[in-house]
Design a protein around this ligand. Structure first.
Ligand code: 4NP
Length: 158
């Protein structure tokens, strides 16, 4: 069977989407599904192309056992709509930017990542970039919830 491909998208691709990338691939590996579910992340902006995740995101993730150190920023592009079955926006601004790029032939799922969360009513992962340390822990809480729900959804639907 063809692998399911998942792309997480935020603005900079150095805080929220690499966090989702690192957590989701960790869940996928734990469940032995790494050959069946492929994961990547990207930013709607090109501001941090080639950059590692923000140190505050990497530190918050490492405290919970997720290693983000190999990830590098890239910008989402038209070819991603040919590749990815799920393109998941971390907030509604990211979703609007992605909808504006979406080609008419795209038949995958373009939605808010937190639509898959089961334990939160929040639908936007708040941008932590200009805030304090607490904001990065909040991102982790929301992203763990969303990733658990997303993995359950993919397992049920494939
Ligand atoms: P992210 O956070 O979209 O979660 O990666 C941001 C990273 C960088 C900037 C804004 C948000 N920035 O303004 O450079």
């Amino acid at each position: 069977m063809k692998p399911v491909k998942v792309l997480f998208v935020c603005l900079g691709n150095i805080c929220r989407s690499p966090t989702a990338h690192g957590i989701f691939r960790s869940f996928v590996r734990e469940q032995g599904l790494h050959a069946e579910i492929l994961v990547d992340s990207a930013g709607t902006s090109g501001w941090h192309i080639g950059s590692p995740p923000d140190q505050r995101s990497a530190a918050a993730a490492a405290k919970r056992g997720y290693d983000l150190s190999d990830l590098r920023g890239r910008q989402v592009g038209a070819s991603d709509f040919l590749e990815y079955d799920y393109i998941l926006a971390m907030d509604s601004n990211n979703l609007s930017a992605l909808k504006a790029m979406k080609p008419s032939y795209y038949e995958g799922t373009l939605s808010l990542f937190l639509d898959f969360a089961e334990n939160n009513d929040v639908r936007d992962v708040p941008d932590p970039y200009y805030g304090g340390v607490k904001g990065f822990d909040k991102v982790l809480d929301l992203v763990e919830d969303g990733c658990a729900g997303l993995l359950a959804h993919i397992r049920q639907n494939r």
